[in-house]
Design a protein. Structure first.
Length: 106
C-alpha cells in the first residue's frame, strides 16, 4: 500500500493510537515465538476441554424428568462452559502481560 493511497477509518484510528502510545512513551513489542506457541497450546487445551464437556455433560431432554430439570442441567452446562472460556482468556491475558510487565512496554 503506497503512502498516497486513501486510508480506511480503521487505519486512521490505529495510526492515531500508535501516535498516542509513542507520545506516552509506550514501546510496542511483538509477541515472541515462544509466546505464540504457548498461547496456541492453551487454546488447544481449552478447546479439547470444551469439546469433552459438550460430549459428556451437554444435557438432552431425555435425561431430565421435566422441563424445569432440563433447564437446570442446561444452566449448569452453560456455567461450566463459561468458566472454562473465562479461564482460557485469563491465562492468555496473563501470558501476554508477563512480557508487558515492564513500564512503558505494551
Amino acid at each position: 500500500m503506497s503512502d498516497d493511497a486513501p486510508k480506511s477509518a480503521f487505519d486512521l484510528a490505529m495510526e492515531r493510537l500508535r501516535q498516542k502510545d509513542r507520545a506516552a512513551g509506550v514501546v510496542e513489542r511483538p509477541m515472541t515465538d515462544a509466546q505464540r506457541t504457548r498461547i496456541a497450546e492453551i487454546r488447544a487445551f481449552y478447546e479439547a476441554k470444551l469439546a469433552e464437556l459438550a460430549i459428556l455433560s451437554r444435557p438432552s431432554p431425555a435425561q431430565a424428568e421435566d422441563e424445569e430439570a432440563f433447564a437446570l442441567l442446561e444452566e449448569k452446562y452453560r456455567d461450566e462452559r463459561e468458566r472454562l472460556q473465562a479461564e482460557r482468556e485469563r491465562k492468555i491475558a496473563e501470558l501476554r502481560a508477563k512480557d508487558a510487565a515492564e513500564p512503558g512496554v505494551r
